[in-house]
Design a protein around this ligand. Sequence first.
Ligand code: GLY
Length: 370
Amino acid sequence: MIERVAVDLPGREYNVEIGQGLLAKAGSHIAPLLRRPRVAIISDETVAALHLEALRSGLGDAGITAEALILPPGEATKCWAQLTACVEWLLDQQVERGDVVVAFGGGVIGDLVGFAAAMLRRGVRFVQIPTSLLAQVDSSVGGKTGINTRHGKNLVGAFHQPSLVLADTGVLGTLTPRDFLAGYGEVVKYGLLGDAGFFDWLEGQGPALAAGDVSARIEAVRRSVQMKADIVMRDETEQGERALLNLGHTFGHALEAATGYSSRLLHGEGVAIGCALAFELSSRMGLCSQEAPSRVRAHLRTMGMKVDMADIDGDLPDAAGLLALMGQDKKVVSGQLHFVLAREIGAAFTTADVAVEDVMSVLEDALAQR
Ligand code: GLY
């Protein structure tokens, strides 16, 4: 069964199709977008080795030919040099304004290729075929594209909405358990920020979903994407509400920076720990019940995820050092830290009204448990 979420942005509408085996049907989904039966695919070595033949065959069934550029895997690929390589390759392939570029991979490929498509000939259409859980529920939807620079992550980019997203839940079966659970951190985030019923459902279905239950995976991706689409439709360029999607990210980014954006801490793991800390801060500020952070941590623990700073191997800076790293996060406006906090599970809000002492005490206590 294929689920569909419509992203109804006026003039830039697109669908997110979610289901098992979508790679095999990619041709019939993409063909209506094409003026000539060819596409340019950009992927990475890991995804290409596992899935490129299935995608080519799915396209071929609809008479679509495909050239492919295969890049090294990993966050370092989201850089100026690879952006140039993508754009020059797309020009080598004589991709025209009316053609379609396919971003086939996780969040790194989606962000990089989406940005290349945004720049090429002042904007060509692109299709996202996300292959990680994180990309399926978050980065492939909503049109944020970009690269990292020496100044930080995602500081250069463009809003460029895809023309179609094909989320084949079958490919999630080739993720390592760690990568799957890191993506699950973003799934939990949706329940925590805006849908207590979804969080209840995840508490019940999470273990089955992680073990490979297909219908539970499809439902988790569908509900996550629906929530993201609803928010993006109301606030595409993050003037307000879209910032709720950054729940857990202020703490999470500081921890990612402290661990050098290395395999010590994956982005989704940082988000999960960050969500637990955001609820802890909310509770200490008297905004939400004391049970809420305990419930968040209990679910993450049940899922076998990283929950606390104690779960991060190696040294971390002290609380002041982490606070300084939070200050470098891009969610600083006019020098003030903006947090996403919660009144309850499923009821997040943004605020700049947070006392530094409260943040420091949360960080100090979390570090003391290591
Ligand atoms: N990942 C956050 C956003 O798309 O706004």
